[in-house]
Design a protein. Structure first.
Ligand SMILES: C[S@@+](CC[C@H](N)C(=O)[O-])C[C@H]1O[C@@H](n2cnc3c(N)ncnc32)[C@H](O)[C@@H]1O
Length: 247
């Protein structure tokens, strides 16, 4: 997959993209990411990228002519969808990450200051994505979030694809708790079933704990879920246990 980023601060991406799984994905040729500096496409000697808003008010707006010059240049090498990161976009989630991971290429446009001129949004942008209901100073961190969530879904990027299938949200539940050695740590024991070697019991325990955690923290996910017979039964047990504990 190829991802091009349009930003005023390409250097912000160096650490994140060069490290760990994203770094290895690029070395392995599974992912190509290039950050373009919008300022390189400015027309004047001061390399101006922003201007005051028409109608007055606070802040600066990224200029449509400069952003267009940058977009035209990038589109020549990447015909992909243009995604503008903005708090006004649809909120990013695992389903959206999965659908973006199907694309062969993407262009991520990062705003700054008050954002970009509306005509860029009207004329160029295919999709607008927010990473949550809060306002950041720029689209760089949101772009990194999107790249990370999408890249780990590209086949071959994670060493163990099976582990990604069990991640929170992937199957509509929060994931069960994890433990590693030692079996006892400062008086706290690993649940005995995990030491039993019985794969069927372990699977059931994990599903039950995933249901317990999701019910506690994200009951909306349970409400939306088409429960299997086994899940309904396990959920009944969870509710009974939680009730008994509350007494
Ligand atoms: C200070 S914000 C502009 C906010 C804009 N004036 C508004 O009220 O919607 C500057 C830039 O940061 C990015 N940004 C800020 N918060 C974001 C979020 N929650 N999700 C995605 N991008 C965000 C966008 O690219 C935006 O253009």
């Amino acid at each position: 997959m190829r991802i091009d980023i349009l930003t005023l601060f390409p250097e912000m991406f160096d650490g994140v993209l060069g490290t760990s799984i994203l770094g290895r994905a690029q070395s392995a040729g599974l992912l190509t990411v290039q950050a373009w500096n919008i300022r390189d496409f400015a027309f004047d000697k001061h390399r101006t990228v922003d201007d005051v808003p028409y109608g007055g008010g606070a802040g600066m707006v990224l200029k449509p002519d400069v952003v267009t010059a940058c977009l035209e240049h990038v589109k020549a090498v990447n015909p992909g969808k243009v995604v503008y990161l903005t708090p006004q976009g649809s909120v990013f989630d695992q389903v959206k990450a999965e659908s973006l991971a199907q694309e062969a290429s993407l262009i991520l446009l990062c705003g700054h200051y008050e954002g970009i001129d509306q005509r860029i949004r009207d004329g160029w942008v295919d999709e607008e994505i927010s990473i949550g209901d809060y306002v950041l100073t720029g689209g760089e961190l949101p772009a990194m979030v999107v790249i990370d969530a999408v890249a780990r879904l590209i086949p071959g990027v994670l060493g163990d694809e099976a582990s990604a299938r069990e991640d929170s949200f992937v199957n509509g539940l929060l994931e069960y708790p994890h433990y590693t050695r030692p079996a006892e740590f400062r008086g706290r024991q690993v649940p005995p079933v995990l030491l039993s070697g019985n794969h069927e019991m372990i699977r059931k325990w994990r599903l039950k704990e995933a249901l317990r955690l999701t019910l506690k923290r994200r009951p909306d996910l349970i409400e939306r879920r088409l429960l299997s017979d086994e899940e309904r039964q396990l959920l009944r047990e969870v509710l009974k246990e939680e009730c008994n504990e509350g007494r």
